[in-house]
Design a binder for this molecule. Structure first.
Ligand SMILES: *[C@@H]1O[C@H](CO)[C@@H](O)[C@H](O)[C@H]1NC(C)=O
Ligand SMILES: *[C@@H]1O[C@H](CO)[C@@H](O)[C@H](O)[C@H]1NC(C)=O
Ligand SMILES: *[C@@H]1O[C@H](CO)[C@@H](O)[C@H](O)[C@H]1NC(C)=O
Ligand SMILES: *[C@@H]1O[C@H](CO)[C@@H](O)[C@H](O)[C@H]1NC(C)=O
Length: 535
């Protein structure tokens, strides 16, 4: 039989490119592991922060240890790295926390896979072993989860401990008792609706983080017009998005031809008359407060003042939307049918001082659960990071109200899952067992990294933890106050079951997806076709 020898055939269009099995897999592993290595130093209560500098002129500085924020900021070119970045985004959107853990776990799984492949274990064998491991780990996690939702006092304590655990790996760790309580109070106001929209966070430079507080009602960072009432009880609020600036006619931009200044005055008068009619139509709504997204010029401002109506101009879009939500009103831009317009209502509007600034406070709003968190801090970076941390805590708490099961943190849940997976590996014949064992190893890497980040002897601590779990001490984890192991029940390191489960499932799914790759095909850059259609 004659063997045909052929020159390699390139089936791709010029510019397209292909990486075959070994190199493709290698570049995937390298990319994914690099992403894991990038964020892993931020893991745990003693993790480090990163500074993100945005490029270009007037680049901003962000100091953060939030995995999702870091990964959003870096632009990655490696396809496998992109998968992990997207996965962390999903984790952030769905459960709001655990973005670093999920990335680190996926990267550690791939680090293990690289070793298995070097031992000539086929990717499909690895995947099948991992799937069984994931299933076993998930069951173990479910069995370990506790549900205290039928005991309100206990559940409240659970929430407080979860909040504290979430905050302890973030900037707010030094004030975690203060903020944990604040976050729980805010979420408890929602009464199970889980609508985080009702919680408004405003940031005010000055004072210190511990001066942050939770305020009932809504705060708007705007000014009340001159000569208008500064305090209103039983307010009827019309929220509008309309132009109130026609008292200054734009002579120069328009094509009005006039031969004398008298004519200009005439036109101005006509415009004024129109504006007066508009204000009258607005006043027909029987309101005592008018809030506009756009500017309100002097003349209409005077008219509102004469009518004793409070008018607030130029409330930003988010402010107006939220105000409509919490006062139960609707944003309006036409005023011909007062009977069809839903007005917002609240018991009291008044000015309050925060630091040096005057803000407008709406209390007793229609949406009773609405509240505002006022964050104080010395620099903009601190405020921004505090907001991110608080947001994570709020997300996790809102999740927990819906899915009240809890598990223990501090590496405890990971060790628990690793033990079950290891046990399963011991009972499994063949090469799948190696894949399962590597899954357990990847799980144990999380407490290892948490301990490493604090400068503790991670090998020793994780070995102690393994022994403890072998000894049926299934609530043992890392005691980060002095680098020992301890009972998480005593320490109150509680986490949300939902977040942990999502971390396990997302990480194993993403790692599997990357492992399945044996080809990376880069599409040829699109050529510009010289025709009239711009596409
Ligand atoms: C741990 O618990 C299992 C089952 O509950 C039991 O069989 C085993 O003997 C226990 N091990 C130790 C060290 O207590
Ligand atoms: C922490 O550990 C160090 C050394 O291991 C010891 O000297 C110190 O007393 C410990 N602190 C506490 C609070 O246990
Ligand atoms: C955790 O470590 C601290 C400091 O060493 C110690 O005081 C505390 O009792 C430990 N807690 C547990 C539950 O082991
Ligand atoms: C909450 O944490 C405290 C320690 O901060 C602990 O004593 C308590 O048992 C924990 N509560 C629950 C319900 O786990």
């Amino acid at each position: 039989m004659a063997s045909l020898s052929m020159a390699p055939v390139n089936i791709f269009r010029h510019g397209a490119d292909e990486e075959k099995a070994e190199t493709a897999r290698l570049s995937s592993f390298v990319g994914a592991i690099a992403i894991g290595d990038l964020v892993k130093s931020t893991l745990g209560p003693k993790g480090m922060d990163k500074i993100l500098l945005s490029g270009g002129k007037g680049g901003t500085v962000t100091v953060t240890n939030d995995g999702a924020t870091i990964l959003k900021a870096i632009g990655v070119d490696n396809p496998a790295a992109k998968v992990l970045v997207d996965m962390s985004k999903v984790q952030d959107d769905e459960v709001g926390d655990g973005t670093t853990s999920v990335t680190v776990l996926a990267a550690e799984l791939l680090r293990e896979a690289e070793l298995l492949i070097a031992r000539k274990i086929h990717p499909q064998t690895i995947i099948s072993g991992w799937r069984k491991a994931t299933l076993a780990a998930r069951e173990a996690l479910r069995d370990a989860a506790a549900d205290h939702s039928n005991d309100p006092a206990r559940f409240q304590e659970d929430l407080l401990n979860i909040s504290r655990t979430t905050l302890s790996s973030k900037l707010l760790t030094h004030h975690k008792d203060h903020f944990a309580k604040l976050a729980v109070d805010a979420v408890m106001r929602l009464k199970g609706s889980g609508n985080l929209e009702a919680i408004h966070v405003i940031k005010k430079l000055g004072a210190s983080l511990t001066d942050s507080y939770l305020d009932e009602g809504f705060l708007l960072d705007k000014k009340i017009g001159v000569n208008q009432p500064k305090r209103l009880e039983n307010a009827n609020i019309l929220i509008a998005n309309t132009g109130m600036d026609t008292d200054k006619i734009k002579i120069f931009g328009s094509r009005v031809r006039v031969d004398s200044t008298a004519k200009v005055a005439e036109i101005e008068l006509a415009e004024k008359q129109k504006m007066k009619e508009k204000v009258d139509r607005i006043l027909k709504h029987g309101i005592n407060c008018f809030i506009n997204r756009q500017l309100i010029y002097n003349y209409p401002e005077q008219l509102f003042a004469q009518a004793g109506v409070m008018a607030i101009e130029h409330a930003d879009f988010a402010g107006v939307e939220r105000l409509a939500l919490v006062t139960g009103g609707e944003i309006t831009s036409t005023f011909d049918h007062p009977e069809l317009v839903k007005l917002g209502r609240c018991k009291l509007i008044e000015e309050v001082m925060i630091g040096e600034d005057t803000l407008i406070h709406f209390s007793g709003v229609a949406m009773g659960e609405a509240c505002t968190v006022v964050l104080r801090g010395a620099t903009q970076q601190i405020l921004d990071e505090a907001e991110r941390s608080l947001h994570d805590a709020l997300c996790v708490l809102a999740q927990t109200v819906k899915e009240p099961r809890t598990v223990y943190g501090g590496g405890c849940s990971e060790m628990l899952m690793a033990k079950v997976v290891s046990d399963l590996a011991n009972r499994t014949p063949g090469k799948e067992a190696a894949a399962m064992e590597s899954f357990a190893k990847a799980l144990r890497m999380l407490p290892t990294i948490i301990a490493d980040n604090a400068g503790y002897d991670s090998a020793d601590l994780v070995a102690q933890l393994r022994a403890a779990h072998q000894d049926n001490k299934t609530t043992f984890g890392l005691n980060m106050s002095n680098g020992t192991i301890g009972d998480m029940v005593e320490l109150g390191i509680t986490e949300s079951f939902q977040v942990k489960r999502q971390m396990l499932l997302s990480a194993s799914e993403a790692a599997e997806m990357i492992l399945r790759v044996d080809n990376i095909i880069k599409a040829a850059p699109r050529k510009r076709v010289p025709d009239h259609h711009p596409c």
